[in-house]
Design a protein. Sequence first.
Length: 129
Amino acid sequence: MARAPIELTEAEWTIIKAVWEREPCTAPDIQERLHPATAWTYSTVRTLMDRMVGKGLLQAEKLRNLTHYRSAVTRTEAQRGELMYALTHAFDGALSPMVQRLIETRDLSAQELDEIEALLRSKRKRARR
């Protein structure tokens, strides 16, 4: 059975990026790491992390009196979910306008354009098989 697309809130993105950098980690580790940017208290971070466990975004393991957290989703899965959400909601599933907006939104270097062209060539070659 295919996994449902991953959809994270802004706060969940903040938490999971910190977890990816430090896993396994504890809520106090993450709260300390994020406090300068977010001013979140320990209870806020712990509540968010526990909710993320409930949503299947994090895994938790109790060791003695501390809960250790690990990601349950990869960066790729989370990014794919975010893109699919935008594709579905902002572009009504139409990929070409989405790609066009992405390309128009920022200046691309020659290297980035070469990489995009290589991806398209590879995808075209696989589609012809």
